[in-house]
Ligand binder design. Structure first.
Ligand SMILES: Nc1ncnc2c1ncn2[C@@H]1O[C@H](COP(=O)(O)OP(=O)(O)O)[C@@H](O)[C@H]1O
Ligand SMILES: [Mg+2]
Length: 410
């Protein structure tokens, strides 16, 4: 059993502070993911835990013992890196047995431990192969197996899947999820820049930015209640749409955020926002519609199933119920009570008042509030909702206004 406690941890290289006052309590058996953009300090934090890097100030406790000055080999940890670096001339069995041989374990013990790890990782059929006769995913599993046989109390992974192609990444991610089930008492800390990996694997996610912990919480806590614009934009794919200026002023906020999957297409002129379709991506299972509402960035609207819109077509949309997030000028979430819904237009269609009523019980975030009544603009005539399922000609497609989102499909 190994709880981990990090208290006021700082890491400096010369006068560059890479980790700034990190405080974390990790429970024994938890699967924790450190996520954040490249260069934010994830690997450095992991390496200070492993002992490969020294701590400039603060304390690190593993299993109740301060280990700041304890050698990596005495910390009860094992680490798996992005590059698996197997011994090319050794079989899978020998690669996995290597550390046990160094510890002078008996032949019987080595065999038992290597085979148990191989079973856990579906590597039994490959034990006599050399690494060159394995796929990248299998090699990474051997690297994990090599760590498992050491029976660590704490398992550290640094982007173990980033060298694998997309399909293998998903398959190996499932292996790691299974590993977590089969080693319930082993604390696991996993570093990735990929929020999909974080969402799918973690019990709790630690979001880092510039060496600072931005938020700690379960995947759904971060998704539903981001405590900053940064976390709101980092967790979720495609990322949350942010509207500022007059678009946010409608919500008495400096920024209003709506996830693409929480945007709902409404009859023409009835949504909070309207704009021309720039581009639409139809993935079969769902569709992403990029809309120019006159803001800096295109707004992404996700529709379930097939929904093709022609470039140039005007659509109107808004958040479903109160599934939106309000932020102040500092990027902090605003609480629900603070908003005054915009004044209803002088002449409203009879059903407009009803549309302005938020769906009780579907509050998406601490910052979620009642949505403004309709668009606050003129009560436009009811236009037909664009039909889903119409096939769009390829020629109608234009280059996207911005990079197409990486689609998490797992
Ligand atoms: N040995 C080092 N000397 C100086 N700066 C370093 C060293 N190692 C990492 N850094 C800096 O620390 C920051 C965090 O790096 P790292 O932890 O590797 O980021 P991440 O793993 O999140 O991509 C980066 O700005 C990096 O340049
Ligand atoms: Mg790194």
């Amino acid at each position: 059993m190994a709880d981990l406690r990090i208290t006021n941890l700082h890491k400096r290289y010369g006068n560059v502070e890479v980790l700034k006052d990190i405080n974390l309590d990790i429970k024994s058996g938890e699967f924790i993911v450190f996520v954040g953009p490249s260069g934010c300090g994830k690997s450095t934090l992991l390496r200070t835990i492993s002992g490969l890097e020294t701590i400039s100030s603060g304390t690190l406790e593993i299993g109740g013992r301060v280990v700041n000055d304890i050698a990596p080999s005495k910390r009860g940890i094992a680490m798996v890196f992005q590059s698996y670096a197997l011994y090319p001339h050794m079989t899978v069995f020998d690669n996995m047995a290597y550390s046990l041989k160094l510890q002078r374990a008996s032949t019987a013990e080595i065999k038992q431990k290597v085979e148990a790890a191989a079973d856990m990782l579906q590597l039994r059929p490959y034990l006599e192969r050399l690494p060159k006769a394995l796929s990248g995913g299998q090699r990474q599993r051997v690297a994990i197996g090599r760590a498992i046989v050491r029976n660590p109390q704490v398992f550290l992974f640094d982007e173990p899947l980033s060298n694998l192609d997309a399909a293998l990444r998903v398959a190996t991610r499932m292996e790691i999820a299974k590993l977590k089930e089969s080693l319930p008492d082993t604390t696991m800390i996993y570093v990735t820049h990929d929020q999909v990996e974080a969402m799918t694997l973690a019990d709790r996610i630690v979001v880092l930015k510039d060496g600072v912990v931005m938020q700690v919480g379960s995947p759904m806590e971060l998704y539903d209640h981001p405590q900053s614009l940064f976390v709101a934009g980092f967790i979720g794919s495609p990322k949350m749409n942010f509207m500022t200026g007059a678009d946010a002023a409608k919500y008495n906020a400096a920024t209003v955020g709506v996830r693409p999957e929480h945007m709902e297409i409404q009859p023409k002129g009835k949504g909070v926002w309207s704009g021309k379709v720039i581009y639409s991506e139809n993935l079969g299972s769902d569709s992403f519609i990029y809309v120019d509402i006159g803001a800096e960035e295109a707004v992404i609207v996700r529709q379930e199933g097939k929904a093709s819109y022609h470039a140039g077509e005007t659509i109107s949309f808004g958040p479903q119920g109160n599934l939106f997030h309000r932020f102040d000028a500092e990027g902090k979430p605003l609480n629900g009570g603070a908003v005054t819904p915009p004044k209803a237009p002088a002449k409203r269609p009879a059903n407009a008042a009803k549309e302005g009523v938020p769906d009780k019980g579907v509050v998406g975030s601490a910052g979620a509030v009642a949505m403004p009544a309709s668009s606050g603009k003129k009560p436009a005539a009811k236009g037909p909702s664009p039909k889903a399922g119409t096939i769009k000609s390829a020629a109608a497609r234009r280059a996207p206004a911005r990079k197409a989102p990486a689609k998490p499909k797992a």
